[in-house]
Write a protein that binds this ligand. Structure first.
Ligand code: ATP
Ligand code: MG
Length: 318
């Protein structure tokens, strides 16, 4: 067969396969967008394990018509001022998430900036854009995703039960809430009993949020961390050696506000606790590392769940 250039729509569906693995990936992308938009309140509603409905409402900066139309195009982003990838300070940077989601679902984005008289709603179905229509709304953005993977039966088959997908969404939102204690998070919908975590300010904000999300128990059985070493800031809560779990699911790691899985950090925790906990037990920790964005590559994983440190030794040491 001769080589052919693939059509735009197919390119988007292929990209979506990497970015949007399951409903929780959609929630992650949309909440990250809300955080990047400076929201102080983010409300997340899901039904059917996120497959029938995901709705994310924020009170961030919103978009005007031109931006709204561009937002669902592939490789269109407001977050890279120049063409470098070595100073990323936002959660998004590829301009890929909305285009991907729009290619495998029924997507509507309603948005209004504070300075505009009314908002606009843009609908995209399986990659096809409709003309935006005006609507009355508050400042901010509401993104609704329905019938996720409606046009991708292969992907639908690999989804777990509604319950399991809903649980993955809850876990995703918890991590985002832990990393952003100043933002109010409301999580509700048919998938669960509702949670409402108010935004916290000031010195005890992180501790208060970790208490909201992980339970007051954890706060009482953990010590706060606050160190600066090798140009890195390490904060968070480290559980007492007596407060452990049978697996590592309750070990949370964040780098520059991003929840990550990282061997370096997991290894550092294992080593630090080696003399205090049994080999088959895992301390509960929530560790936040802040490094110069130039010292970490976040562009190594399609869902940005992993990253690469320039100097892993220094990170371990810190
Ligand atoms: N909730 C929102 N509020 C305001 N603007 C938004 C919102 N969501 C998306 N946008 C705008 O749409 C653009 C495209 O969003 P999209 O998530 O597709 O890409 P990105 O965030 O730039 O990069 P990435 O693909 O890495 O997430 C963003 O750069 C931003 O300008
Ligand atoms: Mg994004």
């Amino acid at each position: 067969m001769p080589i052919r250039q693939l059509p735009e729509d197919l390119i988007n569906r292929i990209a979506a396969g990497e970015v949007v693995e399951r409903p929780a990936s959609v929630v992650k992308e949309l909440v990250e967008n809300a955080i990047d938009a400076g929201a102080s309140r983010i409300a997340i509603t899901t039904a059917g394990g996120g497959q029938s409905l995901i709705r994310i409402e924020d009170d961030g900066v919103g978009m005007d018509e031109a931006d709204l139309l561009l937002s669902v195009e592939r490789h269109a982003t407001s977050k890279l001022a120049d063409d470098g990838l070595d100073d990323i300070r936002t959660l998004g940077f590829r301009g890929e998430a909305l285009a991907s989601i729009g290619s495998v679902a029924e997507l509507t984005i309603s948005s209004r900036r504070a300075e505009d008289a009314s908002g606009l709603r843009l609908a995209v179905r399986h990659g096809i854009k409709a003309r935006p229509v005006p609507l009355a709304m508050n400042r901010g953005t509401i993104v609704e995703v329905r019938e996720l993977f409606g046009n991708v039966p292969a992907r639908r088959k690999f989804l777990k039960s509604e319950r399991a997908e809903a649980a993955a969404i809850t876990d995703t939102v918890k991590r985002l809430a832990m990393a952003n204690p100043g933002v109010q998070f409301v999580l509700d919908g048919a998938d669960r009993t509702a949670s409402n975590w108010p935004g916290h300010a000031g010195e005890g904000a992180l501790r208060a949020r970790l208490g909201d999300v992980l339970g007051a128990d954890f706060g009482e059985n953990a010590v706060p961390l606050a160190t600066i070493r090798h140009g890195m800031v390490v904060t968070g809560l480290a559980g007492l050696p007596t407060y452990t779990r049978a697996n590592s699911l309750s070990q949370y790691f964040f780098v520059n506000g991003r929840s990550v899985r990282d061997k370096v950090l997991v290894g550092a925790i294992r080593a630090a606790y080696a003399d205090f906990v049994f080999r088959d037990r895992f301390p509960v920790v929530a560790i936040f590392v802040a490094v110069d964005p130039a010292d970490v590559d976040v562009n190594v994983h399609p869902a940005k769940a992993e990253l690469r440190f320039r100097d892993a030794g220094a990170v371990r040491g810190a």
